[in-house]
Design a protein around this ligand. Structure first.
Ligand code: NDP
Length: 255
């Protein structure tokens, strides 16, 4: 096998949660360009359909699926739908996530619950449902989208539930990696720094001070700059890696 062959996902089936826009949309495209058939999920039908149509126009076999990751019954239905529509799932990318910025004492219970339900429970439900299939088949690769916020307290420094959820995702990644390695299933994570998406706080005057200046590379990242790393982790190119958290942050966490 050549090095380039090792990165190929030809014949593989991938699922990307939260693929209607931003990072998830770019990751779905990257996996598709590497040869995978890709299920693109969003909470409602229309954005998932739009993303799938765009990917199909680029020559990618894409299946739109409605999925709210906070609902385990919907996660089970997603696994059935993808398995029926594309085949058994080889690659799962847990990308769906939200960030709500509030100081600790201004964070209502409901915000804490919403962030943890999406960013942590959602990853758990998807890993469990898809992992069961992968363990039974003896192969598969899961890539969780964590964050540098799971490793440091980055500016603006008022996102306690978000930081807690991402640190938990990193540790869940390692726990599942250890448990499922004997079954041929690898579980890794990426920890992005500030990436320019609709979720970025670009409307805040301090945006540059928070997101750009602290990074060694003095810029934000683009969603498409995460794609190659996720293809690497999803493919045989990373066959001896599991439980790793790959930081992609333009040097933000160096200091
Ligand atoms: P966006 O807000 O641009 O996109 C979020 C995606 O998640 C959308 O596709 C949205 O779909 C989906 N989503 C939200 N809630 C749910 C839910 N309950 N169930 C299913 N899907 C859901 O975010 P980003 O692209 O910026 O972020 C993507 C991931 O990357 C997140 O996990 C985030 O924490 C992480 N990240 C982002 C960074 C950044 O700087 N942008 C930095 C580090 C990590 P829809 O609304 O259509 O249902």
């Amino acid at each position: 096998m050549t090095v380039l062959d090792a990165f190929s996902l030809a014949g593989k089936v991938a699922v990307v949660t939260g693929a209607s826009r931003g990072i998830g949309r770019a990751l779905a495209q990257a996996l598709g360009e590497a040869g995978a058939a890709v299920a693109v999920t969003a909470r409602t039908a229309e954005p998932a359909q739009r993303a799938a149509d765009e990917l199909r126009a680029a020559g990618i076999n894409a299946l739109p699926v409605s999925l709210d990751v906070t609902d385990p019954a919907q996660v089970d239905r997603m696994v059935e739908r993808v398995s029926d529509g594309l085949g058994p799932i080889d690659v799962l990318v847990n990308n769906a996530g939200i960030s709500i910025g509030r100081a600790a004492l201004d964070t209502p219970e409901q915000v804490w619950r919403e962030v943890l339900a999406t960013n942590l429970d959602g990853v758990w439900y998807c890993c469990k449902a898809v992992g069961a299939q992968m363990v039974a088949r003896g192969s598969g690769s899961i890539v969780n989208v964590g964050s540098m916020s799971g490793m440091i307290v980055n500016r603006p420094r008022w996102q306690p539930p978000y930081l807690a959820s991402k640190a938990a995702v990193h540790q869940l990644t390692k726990a599942l990696a250890a448990e499922w390695a004997p079954h041929g299933v690898r579980v890794n994570a990426v920890a992005p720094g500030y990436i320019l998406t609709e979720a970025s706080p670009v409307d805040q005057p301090e945006y540059r001070e928070w997101c750009v200046e602290p990074a060694a590379m003095k810029r934000y990242g683009l969603p498409e700059e995460l794609g190659p790393a996720v293809v690497f982790l999803a493919s045989r190119a990373s066959s001896f890696m599991t439980g790793s958290v790959v930081v992609i942050d333009g040097g933000y966490t160096l200091f």
